[in-house]
Design a protein around this ligand. Structure first.
Ligand code: PGA
Ligand code: ZN
Length: 422
C-alpha cells in the first residue's frame, strides 16, 4: 500500500519563462517521482484556479511560491504517513483539505503537481510504465497510440493576434505509426516555413507552441496556405494529411457576436462559416468553434458538422464533469479536449474521460501553451486511450519531450496508432 513519506516542491519556469510548480513524492517503500505542471494562456473561465502569488514586484504577480508552500506545508501535513490505496483516495484527501469547488484555497497547480508525482511514484513502486499505471487509474484497457495533431500555423492569443483563430494543425491521417507521422509533419512544416519566406517575407517566427505565425491577411489564407504546404511536401491533402483547427472563439466573442476577421458574425453565421470550411478544406476536427458561453448554439453546431468532424470542446468544457454532462444531455459536442490542469487532479480528469467515453465521444489529450520538459502527457495520452494528442509544434524541447516519449512508448509496445476515418 502506498504510504507517502515526503513531499518536496519548488518553483520552476515554463516554456514561456513564467513560473510554475514542480513537486517530488517519496513513498515509504523508497519509490520516488517528480512532476511539473503546465499553464495555459488561452484559458477557459470555468478552469480550476491556478494559484499565483500576486506580488507585482516579482514576475509581475505570476510567482508560484504560495502554491509551493501549500505542498510543503498543509498538503504534506495532511498526507504524510497515510496510506492511500489508490489515486482517488489521495486526490479526495487533497480536495477535502482544499474545501472549495475551484481549488482556490490550495491552488489547482499545487494539487496537480502532487497528484501526478504520486501516480508516478506508484508506477515506480509497482515497476510498471506510467502509461500502464494511468490506464489502471482510468479503467482503460486499449492498446493503441493516439493520432498526432501538430500545430502548423498559429494566431490568436498564442501569436500576435494577426488572425483571430488560434491553431491550424496537421493530422497525419495515413501514418500507421508515430514515427511515420512525425516525419510527414516535419516535411510539411519545412515547406510551410519556405512558403512563409516566399509569400510573407518572414523567416520562421514562432508562436508559443512553435507554430509559424506570419502576417496572414485572413483566416482563410491560413487554411489555404496549410493545404498548399501539404501539397508542396508531396502529400495529398485529406488522404495523407488532414487538418484540424482550434478556433478558440471565446476570445473574440463579445456581447453575442463573434468579431472575426474584421466582421461581426452572429452564432448562426459563425456556424455557416465553419460548415463551409468543412466543405472546402480537409478538416477532421474543430475545437471551440463557438464560445464557452454560447450554450444555446452548440447543438446547432454539432448538428451542422458533427457527422463530418470532431466537434471538440476545450474552454467550452474545461475538463469539468458537470459541464460535460450538460453538453452530453444537450447534444452540444461529440469530443472532449482533455487538459488535466483545467480541473486539478488526475481522478477528476479520469471522471471527465469516463463520462465523455460513456457518451461515445472522441478524446483529444492536450498540453498547454506554457509547458515544461516533463513528458507525463505522452503516457497519459496512451494510458487513457486518447484518439488524438495535441502537444504543439515539432520544434521546441517542451513539445519534443512528449513526442520523444511517444516514440519511446511506440518502440517498446509496437501498438498501432488509433484507427479511425479521416
Ligand atoms: P492554452 O491553449 O494552453 O493557452 O489554454 C491551448 C488550447 O487552447 O488548446
Ligand atoms: Zn483550445
Amino acid at each position: 500500500m502506498p504510504i507517502i513519506d515526503k513531499l518536496q516542491s519548488m518553483e520552476i519556469l515554463d516554456s514561456r519563462g513564467r513560473p510554475t510548480i514542480w513537486a517530488r513524492c517519496t513513498l515509504a517503500d523508497g519509490a520516488c517521482a517528480d512532476a511539473s505542471v503546465p499553464s495555459g494562456a488561452s484559458t477557459g473561465s470555468a478552469e480550476a484556479l491556478e494559484l499565483r502569488d500576486g506580488d507585482r514586484n516579482r514576475y509581475r504577480g505570476l510567482g508560484c511560491t504560495r502554491a509551493v508552500a501549500n505542498v510543503i506545508g498543509p498538503i504534506q501535513e495532511r498526507l504524510r504517513g497515510r496510506d492511500f490505496p489508490d489515486q482517488q483516495s489521495l486526490d479526495r484527501a487533497m480536495l477535502e483539505l482544499d474545501g472549495t469547488a475551484n481549488k482556490s484555497n490550495l491552488g489547482a497547480n499545487a494539487l496537480l503537481a502532487v497528484s501526478i508525482a504520486f501516480a508516478r511514484a506508484c508506477a515506480a513502486s509497482r515497476h510498471v510504465p506510467l502509461y500502464s499505471h494511468l490506464a489502471d487509474i482510468a479503467g482503460h484497457d486499449g492498446r493503441t497510440l493516439p493520432r498526432l495533431t501538430v500545430n502548423l500555423f498559429s494566431g490568436g492569443k498564442h501569436a500576435g493576434g494577426q488572425v483571430c483563430i488560434q491553431d491550424v494543425l496537421l493530422v497525419p491521417a495515413s501514418a500507421g505509426t508515430i514515427n511515420q507521422g512525425l516525419a510527414m509533419v516535419w516535411a510539411v512544416y519545412q515547406s510551410a516555413a519556405e512558403l512563409c519566406l516566399r509569400k510573407y517575407n518572414t523567416r520562421a517566427l514562432k508562436a508559443d507552441e512553435g507554430g509559424l505565425a506570419p502576417p496572414f491577411a485572413s483566416t482563410e489564407d491560413m487554411l489555404k496556405d496549410a493545404v498548399e504546404a501539404i501539397s508542396a511536401a508531396g502529400y495529398q491533402p485529406g488522404r495523407d494529411i488532414a487538418l484540424a483547427v482550434d478556433v478558440a472563439s471565446s476570445h473574440f466573442y463579445e456581447n453575442g457576436d463573434y468579431h472575426f476577421d474584421g466582421q461581426r458574425l452572429s452564432s448562426g453565421r459563425m456556424i455557416d462559416l465553419i460548415a463551409r470550411w468543412i466543405e472546402q478544406y480537409p478538416l477532421v476536427s474543430v475545437e471551440d468553434a463557438l464560445s464557452e458561453e454560447d450554450w444555446a448554439n452548440w447543438p446547432a453546431l454539432r448538428q451542422a458538422i458533427g457527422q463530418k468532424a470532431m466537434v471538440l470542446g476545450d474552454d467550452f468544457l474545461c475538463t469539468n464533469p458537470a459541464r460535460i454532462r450538460r453538453a452530453i444531455d444537450s447534444r452540444s459536442a461529440n469530443a472532449l479536449l482533455l487538459k488535466v490542469n483545467q480541473i486539478g487532479t488526475l481522478s477528476e480528469a479520469a471522471e471527465a474521460l469516463r463520462l465523455a467515453r460513456s457518451a461515445g465521444w472522441r478524446i483529444t489529450i492536450s498540453a498547454r501553451s506554457g509547458e515544461t520538459e516533463d513528458n507525463w502527457l505522452a503516457d497519459l495520452s496512451v494510458g487513457w486511450g486518447g484518439d488524438q494528442i495535441k502537444v504543439g509544434s515539432i520544434n521546441q524541447s517542451e513539445r519534443l519531450a512528449k513526442y520523444n516519449r511517444l516514440l519511446q512508448i511506440e518502440s517498446q509496445t509496437h501498438w498501432p496508432v488509433v484507427n479511425w476515418p479521416a
